[in-house]
Every structure is written in structure tokens, then in C-alpha cells.
Ligand binder design. Structure first.
Ligand code: PSV
Ligand code: MN
Length: 406
């Protein structure tokens, strides 16, 4: 494998040791689209099962020690957060981002923090404050906010007024964050709202983050852009502004398709990682960016899809580390576009899989995590244990957790 001057095998391995990617609890549960849902016998229904599945991904891939949780789906009334933290720790995991849910309750039909009814706005803020408290108790350092708020028709909402309510709510929640907790603000151009979304793009998330307070940053969900958008440009811009908080990784062909990372446009993934690793090279220090997956697979087996995702992430991160920054700087200086682009393409074309296989084996991980997981028989055992308990009908909270996610 051709390595650039700044990147010996040892350094590459050390950089990969620091590369962690968080998987989402909802990625292990049965899920569907608005057209229906196909159950998988092995899919998790309880938080215990979701954590057990996440632990499998970490056991085989080794780079996913934290799990994002969705408060409404994972912390039904009466859940003891400290017990959840212990459960995670017993599995070699920790609880990562806390995702409040202010989009499913009936009262949010016309908005949560942007609802004209002050009682609904209060309820949404209270849920976020409660989520901060859960986060504190489970030892999380991230509150991850996404709002489905928006309108379907011109005239339906007072856009500027809604913006003020949103800013007010974010400011109140920010003020309640413990010192070590960051607030991530996610944007999305459409869906479920189809005329306007209150936080439609990175610029709106940026402005709101700045108003909210110093620990508020922008979260880039790679599926939340209109076609043709240059996501890596947004990433570079936010890095420079010190406002890139983290990612929700997934891939897409059309909209928020939640396909496995790198399945449609792996070069885009590489370009995103290049903007980050390039900035880190120039700054000579790592950036604090939360890499998270936001995918829930309704066709692929869930644990396999997650292992595939995180190993793809590792591969593309490693490729990005292979860019010869000095040669690139030199080519730019000379205005040599062809060589400059070639610096990226050379790194992207490098087959890092043999290196990663050795890297894993040196860390007592299987060279091929997916094959090893398949051989373990875990999925068959989970299907045998969990399948008979599934009715195929929504039966209680846990059985429906995460299922209606789009
Ligand atoms: C919304 O599409 C989103 O990307 C948000 O991150 C939610 O928290 C997540 O999906 C789960 O529905
Ligand atoms: Mn997301």
C-alpha cells in the first residue's frame, strides 16, 4: 500500500484507533416506511436487545463503543437511566447521543417548539429538559436535536414567529446543559413537512446554534440535502467556523433514503473525510466531531448492515488519511488542477482492505468482521429467541419502538 510521507503504517493504525463511530439504537429495531413494514425475527424490540445487538457490532468491528438512544422509544416512563448506563457498561458500551422526540405525539401535529399553542411549546421544551437530565444520568455528553416542525402549505405558519420560538426554546435548553454536554442541531430540507421546514439547512442550524450558546453545534445528516448539494463544502465551512458538531451518516439516491453508508456514492464519503482529515493535518490536532450512523434498515438484516456500514466508514476514513497533503499543496500552488485532483483519486483508489485486515488481527478482532459475525450464529439464535414473541401486530410500546421512523 502506497503511504504518503506523513503517514507511516504505525501512524495510520494509531489514527484508526481513535476513529469511533456511534450506532443508533433504532437501527436494530423493526422499521418500515409509510407504506408498511416487514418484520425480521432477529430484530430487537427492547432496549436490552438493542444494546446487545450494538455490542455485537462493537465486538466484531471494534470501533463502535457507543450507542445513540431515542428517548421516547428507549426510555418509556419508569426507566431507570442509571440501570441503562450499567447495562451498556456490562456490554462494553456507553450511551452516546440522547435524542429527544418531539415529533410523534399527537399534540405535535402542527409543530412542537414552533406550535402556536404555548402549552405544546412548553411540553416540547420540558421533554428536552427531561432528556438533558436522562443524558446526565447515563453519562452522555451529547443532546442531539431534530425537529419535524414545518408547514405543508404557503400561509400555514408565520415563519419569522416560528423562528423566534425555536430560538427561545433552544436557548432555554442550552442553559440547562451540564458543562460537559454539547447540543447538536440537525437540519432537513423537507419531510415530514413539504412546504417549509423550520430548520431547513445548515445555515439555519448555524444561526440557531450561535444564538443558543457556545456548546451548540451543527449536525450534518448526509441524507438531509437536496440533490446535487456539495456536502463536503458545508463540512469544510463548518469546520472553519468551529461549528461542526457531528454527523448522521447514511447514503441516499433520492432523499432521506437511509441506505447504507457508501452504498451509492462512496467517493462523496471519502471527500467528506478528506475535508476533515485535511483540516486535522493542517491544524496538527484532531477535531472533536461525533461520527454517528443514522440508518434503520427495513430490508437488510440489521446487525449485518451495521457492521457493513462501520467497516465502510473505517475504510473510507483510512483512504482519506492516505492523501498526500504536501503534494496536494504543491499542486495547488502551481495551479496544477490535474495533479491536485489526482492526489485525491490516488488515495481513494488505494485498497486499504488488506491493511485493515492486519490492523484488526493485531487487535484481536476478526480480519473480516461481517464473515465472523455470520459464522457466530448470533442472528439465528436471536431470531429463534425473539421471533416467536413477535405478533406482527403492534403489541405494546417496545414492539413498536422505532418502527414508524422515516
Ligand atoms: C430525521 O429524519 C432523523 O434523521 C433524525 O435524526 C431523527 O432523530 C432520526 O432521523 C430518527 O427518526
Ligand atoms: Mn438524522
Amino acid at each position: 500500500m502506497k503511504l504518503p510521507p506523513h503517514m507511516g503504517e504505525q501512524t495510520l493504525a494509531e489514527r484508526l484507533d481513535r476513529f469511533e463511530i456511534e450506532t443508533p439504537s433504532w437501527g436494530y429495531a423493526d422499521t418500515g416506511t409509510r407504506f408498511g413494514k416487514f418484520f425480521q425475527d432477529a430484530a430487537a424490540t427492547t432496549l436490552e436487545e438493542k444494546l446487545a445487538d450494538a455490542a455485537q457490532v462493537n465486538q466484531y468491528a471494534g470501533c463502535c463503543p457507543s450507542v445513540a438512544v431515542h428517548v421516547l422509544w428507549d426510555f418509556p416512563a419508569g426507566t431507570d437511566p442509571q440501570r441503562v448506563a450499567r447495562l451498556a457498561a456490562d456490554l462494553g458500551l456507553r450511551i452516546g447521543a440522547i435524542n429527544p422526540n418531539v415529533f410523534e405525539d399527537q399534540c405535535y401535529k402542527l409543530g412542537s417548539v414552533t406550535n402556536v399553542d404555548p402549552a405544546v411549546r412548553r411540553r416540547a421544551v420540558q421533554h428536552m429538559l427531561d432528556s438533558v437530565e436522562i443524558g446526565r444520568q447515563v453519562g452522555s455528553t451529547m443532546l442531539s436535536l431534530w425537529f419535524a416542525d414545518g408547514t405543508n402549505y404557503p400561509g400555514q405558519g408565520h415563519i419569522r414567529q416560528r423562528k423566534c420560538w425555536l430560538a427561545e426554546a433552544l436557548g432555554e435548553v442550552h442553559a440547562a446543559l451540564p458543562d460537559d454536554m454539547a447540543m447538536l442541531i440537525e437540519y432537513k430540507p423537507f419531510e415530514p413537512a413539504f412546504y417549509h421546514t423550520d430548520i431547513a439547512d445548515w445555515g439555519m442550524a448555524y444561526a440557531l446554534a450561535q444564538q443558543a450558546g457556545p456548546r451548540a453545534k451543527v449536525l450534518v445528516d448526509t441524507g438531509h440535502h437536496l440533490p446535487g448539494c456539495n456536502i463536503e463544502h458545508i463540512v469544510a465551512f463548518l469546520i472553519d467556523e468551529e461549528l461542526l458538531g457531528g454527523f448522521h451518516f447514511n447514503d441516499r439516491k433520492y432523499a432521506d433514503d437511509d441506505l447504507t453508508m457508501g452504498s451509492i456514492d462512496p467517493y462523496q464519503l471519502f471527500r467528506i473525510f478528506y475535508e476533515i482529515t485535511g483540516a486535522e493535518w493542517e491544524l496538527s490536532h484532531p477535531l472533536k466531531i461525533a461520527y454517528m450512523v443514522d440508518q434503520s434498515h427495513n430490508l437488510k438484516p440489521k446487525i449485518e448492515a451495521m457492521i457493513e456500514t462501520v467497516t465502510t466508514a473505517q475504510e473510507h476514513f483510512a483512504k482519506a488519511l492516505l492523501v498526500d497533503h504536501e503534494a496536494l499543496r504543491d499542486a495547488r500552488q502551481k495551479g496544477d488542477i490535474v495533479v491536485a485532483e489526482r492526489c485525491l483519486k490516488e488515495a481513494y483508489a488505494t485498497d486499504v482492505r488488506p491493511f485493515l485486515a492486519e490492523y484488526r488481527q493485531a487487535r484481536k478482532l476478526p480480519a473480516d468482521p461481517l464473515a465472523a459475525f455470520r459464522e457466530s450464529g448470533y442472528a439465528q439464535r436471536a431470531a429463534a429467541e425473539r421471533g416467536p414473541n413477535k405478533t406482527g401486530v403492534s403489541g405494546g410500546y417496545a414492539a413498536t419502538a422505532g418502527e414508524d421512523r422515516q
